[in-house]
Design a protein around this ligand. Structure first.
Ligand SMILES: Nc1ncnc2c1ncn2[C@@H]1O[C@H](COP(=O)(O)OP(=O)(O)OP(=O)(O)O)[C@@H](O)[C@H]1O
Length: 252
């Protein structure tokens, strides 16, 4: 993987949240899922998000990736303010500039590996760069399985297809929500090492929500959330340090 990410913008951060709050419901039943969260993710870094159940991790990820809109505050993807975009533009930005990886892989069963990976390009009416496709599939270890369908692959292989699909558009950021939640420890390790390579060798920016201290230890830094607020950050995390901090934050 010798290529570099195509930069759509010149900012040195990929995502920036500026005092982002998210309130679900109203008045008596309102839940403040995020409370004035400000953070910048530098380009070419791997950040994990951890916190007790209900601390706002998914809400954080969804707001950062334009899947959900903050109640107040601003979200920037490079020099584009997501919170100012209309639905059509936001959909386009998500499709073209953000790569998504979900716990459940979300592959289309009727499509081959190759077709699943290139789907974001077809949806955006963009041509497939065959050399890049081959490079990405080789990088995720699936160069020999391009014509298989998801049902003919293991869970770990399916998630690696999802990683390739997330990379194919040269996104500004790859967002992963519990990417190893459904995998055994060996497949988890492969996927996490792959995400690490994507950052180190391709200069990608990765943001990952996880419950697993071992998974988080593959990141450059871990951001902790508690009750919708930032509750600290740890650089060069080890699994033990992450687990100790999580225990300190409460039940998880
Ligand atoms: N659509 C919604 N409507 C109302 N409340 C919501 C909604 N989504 C999330 N919440 C609430 O917001 C808070 C944060 O939820 P969120 O899913 O972001 O937490 P989380 O840290 O990802 O949790 P978990 O680790 O259990 O997945 C919780 O109190 C949750 O119940």
């Amino acid at each position: 993987m010798a290529f570099a990410v195509r930069r759509a913008t010149s900012t040195n951060y990929s995502i920036r949240l500026d005092s982002v709050s998210k309130v679900y419901g109203s008045s008596g039943s309102a839940v403040r899922a995020l409370d004035a969260v400000s953070i910048e993710l530098r380009r070419g870094t791997f950040t994990a998000v951890m916190g007790p159940s209900g601390s706002g991790k998914s809400t954080f990820l969804n707001c950062a990736a334009g899947l959900d809109r903050p109640t107040s505050g601003a979200v920037w993807l490079g020099d584009v303010e997501l919170s100012k975009l209309g639905e059509v533009e936001l959909t386009e930005v998500r499709r073209e500039r953000i790569g998504f990886i979900f716990q459940a892989y979300n592959l289309l069963g009727s499509l081959t590996v190759e077709e699943n990976v290139t789907l974001p390009l077809r949806l955006a009416d963009r041509k497939t760069d065959k050399a890049f496709l081959r490079e990405v599939l080789t990088a995720v270890g699936l160069g020999e399985h391009m014509k298989r369908r998801p049902s003919e692959l293991s869970g770990g292989q399916q998630q690696r297809v999802a990683v390739a699909r997330a990379l194919i558009t040269h996104p500004d950021v790859v967002v992963a929500d519990e990417p190893t939640g459904a995998l055994d420890s060996r497949s988890s390790k492969q996927v996490l090492e792959l995400l690490r390579q994507v950052v180190d060798n391709m200069g990608q920016t990765v943001l990952m929500v996880t419950h697993d201290p071992v998974a988080a230890s593959h990141a450059d830094s871990v951001v902790f959330l508690a009750d919708g607020r930032l509750a600290g950050e740890m650089t060069r995390p080890t699994p033990d340090q992450v687990a100790a901090r999580m225990t300190h934050l409460g039940e998880w």
